[in-house]
Design a protein around this ligand. Structure first.
Ligand SMILES: NC(=O)c1ccc[n+]([C@@H]2O[C@H](COP(=O)([O-])OP(=O)(O)OC[C@H]3O[C@@H](n4cnc5c(N)ncnc54)[C@H](O)[C@@H]3O)[C@@H](O)[C@H]2O)c1
Length: 258
């Protein structure tokens, strides 16, 4: 394992479960001090304890609700208070809610709650982190979804995730001169708790040319790359991490069975 994050402090939201926990583990394994920010504070603490069990105290769990500005600000402040600085922000927290679409008459409240978690929440995190990142240069990685790049249903979730790409492009231009890079990772189906709601094994695999759905570690590896100096000249992009799902779904559906 390379050590691209030695002496770097990274705040990961949504780090208690799934992709966020895998990202925290990956960054920690590469030498980072990791702040695990999650609304599920107990589970975040368990992951932090697991990480610190393997070495010096480089993991800190902090409670953080993306839908609450004061909570986000406090999480970033706690990170800086403990480690003295922040070199990267990875926003993983988010998710779809079971709710009707526009044609099904989704309520304003449900629409707003989805956009609040998946677009405004990451914006809150970015706003709180910017003063610390711009003081030393750094990286921001936002986790979107293939839903933000192509129609897979759920307009509120998809529109919010698509908004992250626009946000990243605008931030990339604004923060580039201050040596802060801003990129987005757009996963396809990944085997986390969400997997249970997508029908489990067998249903999604045919959509993926590589023959399997993703593992949280597949996405964590892409996040680590974009957050690291290996991506020093990459900013403002949205990287699908999707086993090829977006490469040619129509052709795959029409192809004769092997
Ligand atoms: N799993 C997939 O198939 C998939 C596909 C595409 C995109 N994504 C995106 O990846 C991200 C992570 O998803 P996952 O599958 O790991 O889900 P998950 O449910 O396993 O993890 C999400 C984490 O976010 C936390 N969280 C939820 N609401 C929060 C809030 N208000 N404030 C702070 N933390 C909050 C949860 O406690 C949890 O730890 C999400 O943004 C999701 O939209 C997932």
């Amino acid at each position: 394992m390379t050590h691209r994050f030695e002496n770097r402090v990274v705040l990961v939201t949504g780090a208690a479960h799934g992709i966020g926990a895998a990202t925290a583990r990956r960054l920690h394994a590469e030498g980072a001090a990791v702040v695990l920010a999650d609304v599920d504070a107990d589970a975040a603490r368990r992951v932090a304890d697991e990480l610190d069990g393997n070495g010096p105290g480089r993991a800190l769990a902090v409670p953080c609700d993306l839908t609450d500005t004061a909570s986000v600000d406090a999480a970033v402040a706690a990170a800086v208070d403990r480690f003295g600085r922040l070199e990267a922000l990875v926003n993983v927290a988010g998710g779809a809610r079971a709710q009707p679409g526009l044609a099904g008459g989704v309520s304003d409240a449900d629409w707003s709650a989805t956009v609040d978690l998946n677009l405004t929440g990451p914006a809150r995190c970015v706003r709180a982190a910017i003063p610390h990142l711009t003081s030393r240069g750094g990286a921001i990685v936002l986790v979107s979804s293939v839903n933000g790049l192509q129609a897979f249903g759920d307009e509120a979730y998809s529109a919010a995730k698509a908004g992250l790409s626009s946000m990243a492009q605008n931030l990339a231009v604004e923060l580039g001169p201050r040596q802060v890079r801003v990129n987005v990772v757009a996963p396809g189906t990944v085997r986390t708790r969400v997997w249970d709601h997508q029908g489990g094994p067998g249903r999604m695999e045919p959509l993926y040319p590589l023959g399997r759905v993703g593992e949280p570690e597949d996405v964590a590896a892409a996040i680590a790359f974009l957050a690291s100096d290996d991506a020093a000249w990459i900013t403002g992009v949205t990287l699908p991490v999707d086993g090829g799902a977006l490469a040619g779904p129509l052709q795959r559906m029409l192809a004769p069975a092997p």
